[in-house]
Design a protein around this ligand. Sequence first.
Ligand SMILES: *[C@@H]1O[C@H](CO)[C@@H](O)[C@H](O)[C@H]1NC(C)=O
Ligand SMILES: *[C@@H]1O[C@H](CO)[C@@H](O)[C@H](O)[C@H]1NC(C)=O
Ligand SMILES: *[C@@H]1O[C@H](CO)[C@@H](O)[C@H](O)[C@H]1NC(C)=O
Length: 419
Amino acid sequence: RWNGTESCTLNHSDTNTIETQSDDLLPPDNNSIVQSITPLKNTKHFLVSAFMDQRVQGFDIRLIGMFRRDSIQELHCFFCCADYTSETTPTKVLQHSDNFGFPFVTTDIMCRIPKKCNATHVTLLTKPKPEKRVDWLPIRNKKTNGGAEERMDFTVCISNLFGDYNNVLQFAQTLEMYRLLGVNRVVIYNTSCGPDLDRLLRSYSQEGFVEIVSWPIDKYMNPSPGWYFSDFGGDIHYFGQLTTLNECIYRSMERSCYVLLNDIDEIIMPYQHDNLKSLMDELQKQHPNVGVFLIENHIFPKHRFEPSGRFHLPKWSGVPGINILEHVYREDPDRKIYHPYKMIVQPRMVKQTSVHNVLQLFGQMYKVPLDICRTIHIRNAMKNISKLQELSVDKRLWDFQEKLIPNVDKVLHNSGLLK
Ligand SMILES: *[C@@H]1O[C@H](CO)[C@@H](O)[C@H](O)[C@H]1NC(C)=O
Ligand SMILES: *[C@@H]1O[C@H](CO)[C@@H](O)[C@H](O)[C@H]1NC(C)=O
Ligand SMILES: *[C@@H]1O[C@H](CO)[C@@H](O)[C@H](O)[C@H]1NC(C)=O
């Protein structure tokens, strides 16, 4: 039984370890295809992934899905056990509390593996008797021999890319900042993106730093581009970002000590440490029972430019997007109207997450003081400010410019984006 005390040791060698995929099992039946969104037969629901999860007593498996709230029904787990199919087992269906009024909600389905079954794949059935043709989901996070494999330290989960988003310069700069801060892997869920960004991401995913998960949610439902059903309509909150963030936490659970949950226009930035590893070593030592570290979000308006133009580099003028080094003015968050946190979490301490907070966890949460760490969020202004004096000057990003600029040049060059 999970008691939240099993510690995760940060890797102190200098090299970033990129794990090879250990769970690309072949589906047992050639007719079934592993995909990120699987319609669940005879229901209105969709399954996304299945994970081994024995942290809650009485359960072995957690499936993550997108369920229609008006059609929740009894379901049964059905397993593929290495060389035979099992009888079914009962399930517990847990809708996440965050649905923002949309018909579909992120849902966890918990169940047990039958005795003696060496389960490799699972699916859900509407009746408690085995069936012939089913769409199997591979079971991820099965611990392989002794679990001695090396873990990554930090994974960033970027929820959803959609529309024709083509902010290449900010994307490349931000990914390279993550790398300088010690991030080993960035997981990105892709519905669609602009042409230059597509090239950049292909180059990053070939190299292994970025893991692209295809997220064709628009093929299955009408995803909302907004936060609330009442404002935007549609079937599910913001292209399903709550589902992808949860999926990313479970995907990372056995392979990364920490997961950072933030958007691509945000950088979780230590202000007193050179990198995330030394930051978390210290924070975790001071707060051994904390599994969720809340980092306050600070907006750097993209329409305010640093006046000297020192980093307005002509070589980047043909690259679409925001140059983060040019934005050094920082707003104070309006703590009355805005929910201003992003998170660093130990994935094994999280059961269910939302965007700005965790819904269910083992262990404690901690708000990290502002002088230690903030989220740098370069975007449209949040506040209507008339005088520059109402903004703080914050040049923390410049501390990294010497390495950042050549690294960004290199990746832009490699993806053919630097003329
Ligand atoms: C379970 O199945 C996997 C995949 O078929 C196999 O590699 C493994 O040895 C099996 N384990 C046991 C305990 O039978
Ligand atoms: C993202 O998804 C779109 C739509 O399927 C696809 O055209 C594009 O190539 C994908 N990009 C990457 C980097 O996977
Ligand atoms: C911002 O302030 C200006 C000047 O006071 C005003 O004209 C404008 O309507 C304000 N905009 C918003 C979005 O509040």
